[in-house]
Design a protein around this ligand. Structure first.
Ligand code: DAH
Length: 344
């Protein structure tokens, strides 16, 4: 009987040794130590043994069972460790692999142009002011020397909300709003970027909503030459040091005299090309010396103070700078268009 047990033990230990999975090991354990296993069978046959033999064999059976159980346990630990080891190996990260690029958003081309212009004027000591898009008739027109019967106030051109309230058609109302805040005391030096609205049918060069940047300087002894110097610097910084500017007489109700500023074509340098329509010059903005009526209506003494103002359209500037042919691209948010303006 002892030999049989020894045989069983060796068999079991061998099978344990050869097990390569928890499942196999479990099967070996059940096969040898389970109720239907050969050891239990040996135990059952113990009744046939003599009284002396019984305790010896009983003890031996126990030893065999314990040894098999111990080995199962050891093997179990071993297999678990192996499994962890294997998992670790399989899951190792190759830190030398290149990362997956994450697409980062970028500034909208209009925002980029507006910020570039803002930065430029901030460096010249200007402050950035913003005002309401829903504006009163007074600030949008009247305070800018456009009295009630002025043709530029045509209902057809503006989005009126009531008779006295409309969506601002220009950023110029910020001139009056800012001067009022200064209570007749200079200097005033601001630029005002913002959205404006007009009743236009949208096409390649018109949009019912677009942006403007207004500039206003009011102080003692401000002259046309200050305006010219400022605009020259602006043109050179934005379009290249070789740019020259040209001022043409124009008319705006809130400036006198009024001018339109052209820059020498940045594409052909002035020889004539498709960008400047063969004239060598590109129209960029409107400007002028603040009309005395405008100063007076907003609380500044026109005998003591003078000023200049200018207004420009960032869409037009961005279109020229980047060769964009349709203003509607700015508002459609097509990522293929927008991501072309990703800064390095
Ligand atoms: N507000 C004008 C427009 O919308 C642009 C403009 C012209 C603004 C001359 C000014 C200026 O401040 O001096 O057409």
């Amino acid at each position: 009987m002892k030999e049989r047990l020894l045989e069983l033990k060796q068999e079991a230990l061998e099978k344990i040794k050869q097990s390569t999975s928890m499942k196999e090991l479990q099967d070996v354990r059940v096969a040898y130590l389970g109720k239907k296993g050969p050891i239990t069978e040996v135990l059952r046959g113990m009744g046939e043994l003599s009284a002396e033999e019984r305790p010896i064999i009983g003890q031996y059976v126990n030893e065999v069972r314990n040894e098999i159980a111990d080995n199962v346990e050891k093997k179990q630990t071993e297999l678990k460790e192996l499994a962890i080891q294997k998992q670790l190996e399989e899951e190792t990260i190759d830190v030398t692999l290149p990362g997956r690029p994450v697409r980062i958003g970028n500034h909208h081309p209009l925002t980029a142009v507006i910020e570039e212009i803002e930065d430029l004027f901030i460096r010249m000591g200007y402050q950035v002011a913003e005002g309401p898009e829903v504006e009163t008739d007074y600030y949008n027109f009247e305070a800018l020397n456009l009295p009630k019967n002025h043709p530029a106030r045509d209902m057809q051109d503006s989005f009126y909300i009531t008779e006295e309230i409309l969506l601002r058609t220009q950023t110029s109302p910020m001139q009056a709003r800012t001067m009022e805040k200064h209570h007749g005391v200079g200097p005033v030096k601001i630029i005002c970027p913002g959205k404006v609205y007009r009743r236009d049918n949208d096409d390649a060069t018109h949009s019912h909503q677009f942006t403007q940047i207004e500039g206003l300087v009011v102080d003692e002894n401000i002259r046309m030459s200050d305006l010219k110097g400022t605009l020259t610097l602006f043109a050179k910084k934005l379009f290249g040091e070789e740019r020259e500017i040209r001022l043409r007489p124009s008319f705006f109700p809130f400036t006198e005299p009024s001018v339109e500023m052209d820059i020498s074509c940045f594409k052909c340098g002035g020889n004539g090309c498709n960008v400047c329509k063969r004239t060598g010059w590109i129209e960029i903005l409107g400007a002028g010396m603040v009309h005395p009526n405008v100063l007076e209506m907003s609380g500044f003494n026109p005998k003591k103070y003078t000023g200049f103002a200018f207004g420009m359209g960032p869409e037009r500037i961005a279109m020229l700078k980047y060769g964009i042919e349709d203003i509607r691209h700015f508002y459609q948010n097509d990522v293929r268009f927008l991501k072309q303006f990703q800064q390095a």
